[in-house]
Design a protein around this ligand. Sequence first.
Ligand code: F6P
Length: 519
Amino acid sequence: MNSTDLPEWHALAQRRRALEPIRIADLFEDDPQRAARFSFEAASLTVDLSRHPIDTGTLSALVELARATGIERQRDDLLGGALVNTTEERPAWHTALRANPGDRFIDPACALRLSADRERFLGFAEELRGSTVTGTGGLPLDTVVCIGIGGSDLGPRLVTEALGPIRGPQVRFAANMDPVDLDAALAGANPQTTLLLAISKTFSTLETIENFRAALRWFKEHAPDLNPAPHLAAVTSQPERATALGIDPSRVFTFPDWVGGRYSLWSACGLGIAIAHGRHEFAELLSGAAALDAHFAQAPLESNLPVLLGMLGVWYVNFWGVKTRGVVPYAQRLARLPAYLQQLEMESLGKRVDRSGAPLSIDTAPVVWGEVGSNAQHSVFQFLHQGTAWAPLDIVLVADHDASQDPRLRLLNQFALAQADALAWGDAVLDDELRPSYRAAPGNRPSTVIRLAHLDARSIGALLALYEHRTFVQSVVWNINAFDQWGVEIGKQLLARRTQPSPPAPLPQAGEGRNPTTG
Ligand code: F6P
């Protein structure tokens, strides 16, 4: 089934045409209750959709399209662990990692296994925090260098930073093949008190393996007499590969291969989070996400946050031809949110064929970009206010900053809302002074304002789960598999060709561009 065949799709195309001349400002004028009507809450999050070129009829039509694509059945399949990742023949059951005991979607035996895995890595994290994990020299390990990339880095690093100052062993991250990244993570570290933690679902990702080897060389160079084994640990779905690299099985923490890399921070991949902030914070993170999962599973589609945000994504990509979307978190500790979302959304939705393998006739993933607020105001907002292309924006802020003692935090939220208003109303909201065209800001540019109740583990868990499910909703409407990433393989295969000792016979020349075998 392709959504474009549905009457609901065509109804939306008509609505799009009808809405063309209507300005967001007019929608507010016509409906004094608009702000309340388009504000939705779930799991310590409040989402304001009022600054979008949509009326209640359009929002209902978007929900009807979601319903017509079978979103409820497919959602239950996802939450129930059905084989939704068709090309890899696996579930995508990251929600099981944070499910509450007795959750109707999780069979007790599976829940038991998952909680045993969780107990193992959280136990290890607490031992490290309790200084009872010692190195060869008998000193407690107080510095942990997490070596991983992509989903094995972006989520854990985002949450570790988002939860604020580390109260425990120092946790550092290295991802890039460029040695500068690992050197920075190892700078000033004492090998006697350092744990090298390799995080890789496949344990075959070249950057991670090479960086882990380089870290091991660093260890041997700086502590030639020390046995490195007590200073090594790993997180993976392929434990045999980690032990083959010399890591003691008791230090290999596992998670099921039906957890996608970019959905894996809830698993042992989040070990760095637990070491830095403790098992209680990690449990809060899981609870916040589980609360959002329950909302996704139970809330009527009309007030279901992932469905509403997902369908707005479809609205812009498929009915307004928008190619990008921006994310501006107004909290320095969320500075890595855009990078995390780039992988989550673009690796999940950057697909050109549907689930049957047929080429798609519609657009899918927009380019996701972003910068932390208020820095972004001094870089990308010029484009947002006066550019010819426009992009829907997510503005993420922390509600309790409004009551902060620090005037800068109160101002930060005012900045965010002033920008959202300026984008929606343009300079018409200021006065009716006629400005020279180069100064005019036309407005009518959409933004979603997402408020976290607090910048704490529960709200962060809910926020990331919201984005995960928003992504899934779009994949259902576009009829694509959100959980594979075959497109990344070609780069890896050509790298292998370039780095193989004797490359095969050159390929026939294919038009412009360099011959990959001869460089
Ligand atoms: O190359 C892309 C990718 O496979 C991502 O999907 C994944 O998150 C990342 O590489 C790292 O993979 P791994 O955790 O297996 O090292």
